[in-house]
Design a protein around this ligand. Sequence first.
Ligand code: ZN
Ligand code: ZN
Length: 249
Amino acid sequence: MLLTHSAQLFYDALLTLAYPQVCAICGGSVERRKFGVACEACWNRTRIFTGAETLCWKCGVPAIVEVAGAVREEVRCRRCDSQSFTAARAAGLYEGALRESVLLLKRQPHLSQHVETLLTATAMREPLNVSTRIVPVPLHPRRMRTRGFNQASIVAQVLSKSLRLPLDEKSLVRVSSSEKYRAGLDAKGRHDTVVGAFEVRHPKLVENEEVLLVDDVFTTGSTVSACAEALVAAGARNVFVLTIARASL
Ligand SMILES: [Zn+2]
Ligand SMILES: [Zn+2]
């Protein structure tokens, strides 16, 4: 169904009357269906990246000092030096409406229109905009059985449609079950548990590709780095990471 903007607003208003959606953060009502779990005011309080801010060019963590122009490409936090991806970006910080969107995606295999718009815009900005193929971070088979879906696959499916890029859910697989030991480990310990956890089953599919590796949230980066290591070893030219949200540190 194609609607004009005003018809869409009217349709949203009718739907809100019929199915009032409560904001997961403030308890107020969600004015537009496209906002998903949070109201407009709560979305406005969530820090979303616009492409104008200074980030570590590699891992995307917000920099302490703002710089302009081409110098931005030289900004590094240095903590991500050993990670195997080329660059990682998120739609915004893991807080407010983005945090609620990530949490909801663990329960429901659906992304709101607003999150889709933010992710698509992020993927179309440098340095992710050269991607040729979309690969979701695989979920452990045991968790797949209890949850019934992989939240990274939902994000990957949505992006594959909006960016018109091939979706590849076959190449990258999870091979070990070491993740259960992650709780309580520091970043180094976590890194060790995910190394060797991923394998590329169809190297021909990723050879010379600019892979857009997709997950719901970027915390230490150790999981996506382990995935990137396997993809690069299989011949991928670059691995770019895109997540809905990332930690602020
Ligand atoms: Zn709210
Ligand atoms: Zn960094």
